[in-house]
Design a protein around this ligand. Structure first.
Ligand SMILES: *Cc1c(COP(=O)(O)O)cnc(C)c1O
Length: 500
């Protein structure tokens, strides 16, 4: 299986080469030439039971990766998945499913930084190291990452002190939660660099993308023995590991008798950069029985509007909400979906993305819109609504979710009421409620403490739900990074981090 750029200017390359490069040189995203079918071993109950014994998560991840990354040997993938999905996770089955009256919550946040980004970023460093060896890459790999809060810490934790790598993270200085920021600023490791940007996430992401697009810089870096790569979900090495948890979840529901083998379920995802929900769409294309993909947004509802009209229009205000990881107007991974749906029409993708860069808007037209309308439903929930949902689920069913998951739940309940579709539904639960303690406490009417960390304690005391291991003691850790830069200074910061 080879990988090609959505903008069509590059010859097909191996998955290992695509993982190393991150973003294609023509600024497109790498996609598999075709989406593989679900191997027999991953169908229904087969995926969780092999010869009568339950299969660990790592085995499902292995089979999923093997279907996409065909240039990796079996033992190479084995080493990657076993190193990734181990005791770093505080749940033995890695991604537990919690059943409530109306939905199943797929908890993706039991890894080392308490957000779903750990699912992919625990394995990306291993994939990258293996890929570098396979491709005979002799340069140091510098990972550039723009973050809306959660990717940053997960990438820092994943790459800290990994030999042959440097990890550089840019986050919007006033656009992340107190806990998210503190997690990043206290990251140890000789190869880690963290910068706050005076700007929002889109500006951070644009800054990073422009560094990737700078051919002269890349040449200069190559002369000094450095190659740039990315830990954002623009890297195919992040997307594919996310397909595995949907396959695993479906198999688990079948094995537990919750759904019949082959029964179609809905999947609802709180969406930002469109990576998580695209992974679910890949799973569906592979043959996983998924009916609707419910794309949930907050006030930054550009995806809701796009799914309903076919017009992607960024000419609107950027709104800061209590679900900061979804405060995004340029959802990078949508480009991959559009490429696949266009039948691989790179010229068309170049025209659409050119329109986006020049005018901030594109229109895919009625025909293209109809091609995703059957798969996707788009809805949004404003803060007040999602906080009501959060409080109600806690009060009525003692299930506590974070503010992002609450957006998804609110959108799902609205979808159900509007459409009458009561098919079983899996909701991606993307973060521990404690990462957004202030907002969660506020939604529940729990008194705020003197600072966010005191609020965290209050939340634990009144709910009786334990703070995850990875967030304990955060307030006492020394702050190791304090650089704040202008949004135009990303390139300078990169050379500074690498050579100063
Ligand atoms: C990153 C993130 C999202 C959005 O996921 P995308 O793959 O970017 O769509 C949602 N919730 C949380 C908590 C996140 O960290």
């Amino acid at each position: 299986m080879k990988y090609i750029s959505t903008r069509g200017h590059e010859a097909p390359i191996t998955s290992a080469a695509a993982i190393i490069r991150g973003l294609a040189l023509d600024r497109g995203l790498y996609v598999p030439e075709t989406i593989p079918a679900l191997p027999l071993s991953l169908r229904g109950a087969n995926a969780t039971k092999q010869s009568g014994t339950p299969t660990p998560y790592a085995a499902v991840a292995h089979s999923t990766l093997a279907a996409f990354f065909t240039d990796f040997a079996d033992d190479e993938l084995n080493a990657c998945v076993t190193a990734a999905y181990d005791e770093k996770f505080d749940a033995p089955d890695i991604t537990p499913i919690v059943k409530t009256e109306n939905a199943y919550f797929l908890e993706l946040w039991h890894g080392s930084t308490a957000a779903f980004k750990d699912m992919a970023l625990s394995i990306l460093p291993w994939l990258l190291k293996t890929a570098a060896r396979k491709e005979g890459e002799d340069k140091k790999i510098a990972i550039l990452t723009a973050t809306s809060g959660d990717t940053g810490k997960a990438a820092l934790a994943g790459f800290a002190d990994v030999p042959g790598t440097e990890i550089i993270v840019f986050y919007p200085k006033d656009g992340v939660s107190v806990v998210q920021e503190r997690q990043m600023l206290t990251q140890e490791g000789a190869n880690v660099h963290v910068y706050g940007i005076r700007g929002n996430f889109d500006e951070a992401q644009t800054g990073v993308k422009s560094v990737f697009a700078d051919a002269a810089l890349a040449e200069g870096l190559a002369d000094r023995g450095v190659r740039l790569s990315s830990a954002n979900s623009i890297n195919i090495g992040r997307l594919v590991p996310q397909v595995a948890y949907y396959i695993n979840a479906y198999a688990k529901l079948v094995a537990q008798g919750e759904v019949a083998d082959g029964e179609r379920i809905n999947v609802c995802v709180p969406t930002g950069n469109f990576g998580n929900i695209l992974a679910a769409w890949y799973a569906k294309q592979m043959g996983l029985p998924i009916a609707k993909l419910i794309c949930a947004s907050n006030e930054n509802k550009i995806l809701t509007d796009f799914i309903n009209t076919g017009v992607y229009d960024t000419r609107r205000d950027f709104i800061l909400t209590s679900s900061p990881s979804m405060d995004i107007l340029v959802s990078s991974n949508l480009e991959r979906l559009l490429f696949h749906l266009s039948g691989g029409d790179a010229e068309r993708i170049r025209a659409l993305m050119g329109g986006l860069e020049e005018n901030g808007v594109y229109d895919v037209g009625a025909e293209a819109k109809s091609s995703f309308s059957s798969d996707f439903y788009g809805g949004y929930a404003e803060m007040a609504m999602s906080h009501v949902s959060l409080a109600r689920l806690w009060r009525e069913e003692s299930y506590l979710m974070d503010t992002h998951t609450a957006v998804a739940y609110a959108v799902y309940m609205d979808y159900r009421a509007r459409t009458g579709d009561t098919a079983k539904t899996l909701i991606a639960s993307t973060a521990s409620p404690y990462k957004f303690a202030g907002s969660v406490a506020g939604a529940l009417g729990i008194e705020a403490g003197a600072d966010e960390f005191a609020t965290l304690g209050n939340l634990e005391k009144s709910t009786g739900i334990a703070v995850p291991r990875s967030l304990r003691g955060l307030e006492g850790k020394p702050v190791l990074h304090d650089a704040v830069i202008e949004k135009t200074a990303v390139k300078a910061a990169v050379t500074d981090a690498l050579f100063a």
